[in-house]
Design a protein around this ligand. Structure first.
Ligand SMILES: Cc1ncc(COP(=O)(O)O)c(C=O)c1O
Length: 405
């Protein structure tokens, strides 16, 4: 049979592979050549999972917790998730209206595949996490990206939301703190968006709160279901243990939303993974019910690193960086570098050129802003030790100083 006869699903064929993973692969290839690269590409904390959580995983194995759980997750974990939403977010949640998935990403995937029909529109404020438009595309939907520039703090305004909603709009995705900008929506900003949504009952809201615990400068975190209880019956509040508890590899995410949606997502999951890893679910239970000092400690470390990175980069001529209020990313404007030439003879016409040149000529890995829907920028993940971050920023500075007109 010819390759044409084995054609791919058209939604998959039109989707892009993860741009972040592509850069991580390029960094790995350079390292394999023996070149020392400081990679600021990956979106995961550089800490180990706290000891008591790891022990809970080991204990689960020893205790023979090695079989399937219910598709929607262990009841004890779902109860702990409902309690977390109550205590930390002020949401009244029945544990039956929660779902445990293999990572926060799968919560999003399940929700969109359970609800989207071909051509349904999903509003995504840009800059956005790279996976949102691709997941929408894979589910047959149409991503409607709305540019949100530095002047609006990279945040969606009620006017822009109102203008983007059509009869085909099925979802709005809100991510606060944001990957890649670190922007955090205030109570008032969420309330203003909620007011617009009130008039459009066909629109569901996906609140991606995965960076909830990484909010700096004593800013208070809010999620839209808490701000607008009247909308709660059409909000999926998504979260997980990956970023808050340094558990990216355990693959546990969770969500709460209206019963019909959670049921549909569980139906899908039942034919897909049969549920999240049992051992990881026990570890996640220990995370949600155990001591929380790790969260405070990692937040303090990230805030210190943010201060150092933003300060160093803002002193570099040609770069500008707003102070991110959360997550562990800095989104750096490199507009002034456009048109300049590197010592290696590369003319910088796009942010992708900047990212490639930084990798090839300064041995620093970052991700270009255009893959997050806004250029010319690059994203730095400061989930790395202070010394490496200092060296990376110094190398970026030297690179910028070496450019000629
Ligand atoms: C904004 C955002 N949402 C969701 C996720 C998914 O996290 P996980 O699937 O590891 O729980 C990530 C991971 O990078 C993210 O940046």
């Amino acid at each position: 049979m010819s390759p044409e006869q084995h054609s791919l699903n058209r939604f998959l064929a039109a989707a892009q592979p993860s741009a972040t993973y592509a850069l991580i692969d390029r960094v790995a290839a350079r390292r394999a050549e023996g070149i020392e690269i400081i990679s600021l590409c990956a979106g995961e904390p550089d800490f180990d999972t706290p000891e008591h959580i790891r022990e809970a995983g080991i204990e689960a194995i020893r205790a023979g917790q090695t079989r399937y759980t219910q598709v929607a997750g262990l009841r004890t974990l779902r109860e702990a998730i409902a309690a977390k939403f109550k205590q930390e977010n002020g949401l009244t949640v029945d544990w039956r209206d929660t779902l445990v998935c293999s990572g926060g990403k799968q919560v999003i995937f399940n929700a969109l595949s359970a609800t989207l029909n071909e051509g349904d529109e999903v509003i995504i404020p840009a800059p956005f996490w790279v996976s949102y438009p691709e997941i929408v595309q894979l589910c047959g939907g149409k991503a409607i990206t709305i540019p949100c520039n530095a002047a609006s703090g990279f945040k969606l305004t009620p006017q822009a939301l109102q203008a983007a909603i059509t009869d085909r709009t099925r979802w709005l995705i809100l991510n606060s703190p944001s990957n890649p900008t670190g922007a955090v929506y205030s109570f008032e900003e969420l309330r203003a968006l909620a007011e617009v949504l009130m008039a459009h009952p066909q629109v569901l809201v996906l609140a991606d709160d995965i960076y909830e615990h990484l909010v700096f400068d004593n800013i208070e975190f809010h999620t839209i279901a808490q701000v607008a209880p009247k909308l709660q019956n059409r909000i999926l509040t998504m979260n997980g243990v990956s970023k808050a508890y340094a558990m990216t590899g355990w693959r546990i995410g969770f969500g709460t939303g209206p019963g019909w949606l959670i049921e549909a997502m569980a139906k899908l999951q039942g034919q897909q993974t049969s549920g999240a890893c049992t051992i990881s679910q026990h570890a996640a239970l220990a995370a949600l019910t155990g001591p929380k000092d790790f969260i405070q400690q990692s937040k303090a470390v990230f805030q210190r690193r943010r201060d150092m990175v933003v300060d160093m980069l803002n002193k570099v001529q040609g770069l500008q960086c707003e102070v991110p209020q959360g997550a562990f990313y800095a989104f750096v404007c490199c507009e002034e570098l456009m048109g300049k030439t590197t010592p290696g003879g590369v003319q910088l016409n796009t942010d992708e050129d900047v990212v490639n040149a930084l990798l090839d000529e300064a041995n620093v890995g970052v991700v270009h802003g255009s893959v997050f829907g806004l250029g010319p920028y690059f994203r730095i993940a400061y989930a790395l030790d202070d010394e490496s971050l200092h060296r990376a920023c110094t190398a970026i500075k030297k690179f910028c100083q070496s450019l000629s007109h």
